[in-house]
Design a protein. Sequence first.
Length: 244
Amino acid sequence: MRRMSLTPELVALCHREEADPGPSGEWTQLIDDDFRALALRLSGEADAGPLWVFAYGSLIWKPAFESVEQRRASAYGWHRSFCLDLVRWRGSAAQPGLMMALERGGRCEGVIYRLPDGEKPAQIERLLRREIDDHEAVSSVRWVPVRTAQGSLRALGFWVGVTGRGTSVGQPLEKVAWVLARACGHVGSGAEYLHNTVSHLEAFGIRDRNLWRLQELVADEIRSIHGHRIASSEPSETAVAAII
């Protein structure tokens, strides 16, 4: 694996304790009947055979579901983008954050997971409850055609093709880096989210050029913000000489 500029030590500097503010009230929350109805619809649209899930971000390093097989896969016509605005989870009202979604254009290399054989509606409902919680997000859940070394298939994807309120598409990497180096919520920081994604993609042999450049920019931002803390944690020349 290549050595990342965004080290765990730099990521740790971004952490701070934040209380969970709870749902903002801006969005229409899904209820049990909504989850069941959406799961049934998606199950009816599914191909015959196993249920596959396409992971391109946090689902790679925190799937929260059991899988029996995983494969490298490419989704054509989509690319990773930090375009979802966050004021909860990994952001706050004081310092909003950004989360990844799939934006149109290009190609996204990711991982597909095959879930154990079972009742598809129940499996899909569990995934839905992990990934979305409001009506406005329903349209971002869709079947994504992917290509693998073993052939083509369709996998369930989340946060695909989001538009409208709550999104900031097409932002330059420098602006995204500024946000990720500063945003933190009750589940962690934006820098941690980026570090986990890039390091796990590297473990799969997936090289995302934009994300690699982004982690370099975020590392530089963190150094500019916390330079005094970094300098104070480094041993002085006298101390180094004494050790030697």
